[in-house]
Ligand binder design. Structure first.
Ligand SMILES: [Zn+2]
Length: 458
């Protein structure tokens, strides 16, 4: 099993965090527990300002990733995306995150291996924004599939790592708490090995709160407030004796995980290299198999990994529009719809000819915009992409059907509703302004569930 160790390096107010981070980076290097350090863009700029070349060098022994450009400083990611449309939001995220990506490379000497959500602040437009910024992957997202074996997935085409485990900040300085934490790590790894989970992300800690009792942003940036630097409040610190204990337990942790039987440590940068590339074409037999699976499922399911529901729909349409050839159909990435597709209740029936016309319309729309339209026009009626997914799946699964008939059709994959609810519940909170409206964040996450699929490892 592959395990990725993660640290969030993010305290933007208290320079005492620098020496703590330095020591932790050194301990994990000494124990050969090479990790992915999630560093805030603003933090890299602070290291540069403070001339902390020692720290830049020590962190550079690990994989470096971007823990957002400005983390909890307002506007946060969810705040700057509030109320924006899909394309507007992508442009805004590119503009807001760009200096983080560039400064990390310039100051820290590594192009970020991924971008990771800060606190609870996130929006779905981040994924295509990262593609434009050249950042290869995303982590700590609100997107996931429903099986722990597919925590590495694609959302809007980006390789995406779902985090679900860890966080031992305050436990390192307390031997009894550390014993319990370490047992939790062992139990989780044992469980995942038994269930053939191929990859586990293990969030180790925020270096700053190994020593600070309170989070820097809770003190200075909660509920939408940007406290001016001359009024920053600093956390109470644990004792020097506690720090001594913490270093000993950090070393035990690093040594234990680096030498654990059956565990191979891999950074996000290394995992990115192991993700299988997208296909260039998909064989007709595979399209038929995907269609049979889709017909058998009661809901639209992003089971992949060959194609997301959006890509499967496009490929079926391309196959039918091309006259159902025996060979392969060229693969392409297909974005989800940005408007709500019409729902269909009751019986829906299309002749073979109408179906071919709908397939041609869909293919043309995708080739024009790169994304699924919400609907296509068939015999003067708007046919939603959910209905078209059901109809084309049936037609590809059994090419002899004429007419093709389905009963009821959803508008998005069922998982889209689950993820939208998680965004509505999980994104707001103390790090945002109290009146943050996350309705567009939830709605676009739901619509873009059309792009979900597992990411296969080579
Ligand atoms: Zn963070």
């Amino acid at each position: 099993m592959y395990v990725t160790l993660l640290f969030d390096v993010e305290d933007l107010t208290d320079p005492r965090a620098d020496d703590t981070t330095l020591r932790i980076a050194e301990i994990f290097t000494e124990e050969d527990a090479i990790s992915t350090m999630m560093v805030v863009g603003e933090k890299a700029r602070l290291y540069e300002k403070r001339g902390r070349h020692d720290l830049i060098q020590a962190l550079g022994q690990h994989d470096l990733a971007l823990h957002t450009n400005r983390h909890s400083m307002h506007p946060t990611v969810a705040e700057y995306l509030e109320g924006l449309g899909w394309d507007e939001g992508i442009a805004e995220a590119v503009a807001r995150e760009r200096s983080g990506v560039e400064d990390m490379e310039r100051i820290m000497g590594q192009f970020p291996s991924c971008w990771g959500r800060g606190g609870s602040t996130w929006g779905p437009q981040i994924a295509p924004a990262l593609e434009r910024l050249g950042v290869p992957a995303m982590i700590y997202t609100f997107t996931h599939l429903q099986d722990r074996r597919t925590h590495i997935h694609r959302f809007c085409g980006r390789p995406t790592y779902y985090w679900y485990f860890g966080g031992y900040d305050s436990t390192f300085s307390d031997d009894a708490a550390f014993e319990r934490g370490w047992q939790e790590v062992l139990d989780q790894i044992t469980l995942d090995q038994a269930e053939d989970v191929p990859w586990l992300s293990l969030f180790v800690c925020h270096p700053s709160t190994v020593r600070a009792r309170t989070f820097w942003d809770g003190l200075n940036y909660n509920h939408g407030v940007n406290t001016p630097p001359d009024q920053w409040r600093m956390s109470e610190y644990r004792s020097e004796a506690d720090w001594y204990t913490a270093q000993r337990n950090l070393r035990r942790f690093a040594r234990g995980i680096a030498n654990m039987p059956g565990v191979q440590l891999r950074t996000i940068r290394q995992m990115n290299e192991m993700i299988a590339p997208e296909p260039t074409e998909v064989a007709a037999a595979d399209l038929q198999r995907l269609a049979q699976q889709a017909v058998a499922a009661p809901v639209i399911r992003p089971d992949g990994p060959l194609a997301s529901p959006a890509e499967a729909l496009y490929l079926w349409a391309a196959w039918i529009a091309a006259g159902r050839p025996e060979g392969a159909v060229p693969f392409r990435y297909v974005e989800g719809p940005v408007d709500e597709p019409p729902a269909h209740v009751g019986l829906l029936s299309l002749t073979r000819e109408q179906l071919t016309s709908a397939a041609l319309s869909l293919g043309a729309a995708v080739d024009r915009s790169g994304r699924l339209p919400a609907s296509v026009s068939v015999a003067g009626q708007a046919l939603g992409v959910g209905a078209l997914y059901r109809l084309l799946a049936a037609a590809v699964a059994d090419p002899s059907l004429d007419p093709v008939t389905v009963v009821d059709a959803p508008t998005v994959p069922a998982l889209g509703d689950v993820l939208a609810e998680e965004v509505r519940e999980g994104v707001p909170g103390w790090m945002h302004k109290p009146d943050l409206n996350v309705s567009t964040h939830a709605a676009y996450t739901r619509l873009m569930s059309w792009t979900l699929k597992p990411a296969a490892l080579r």
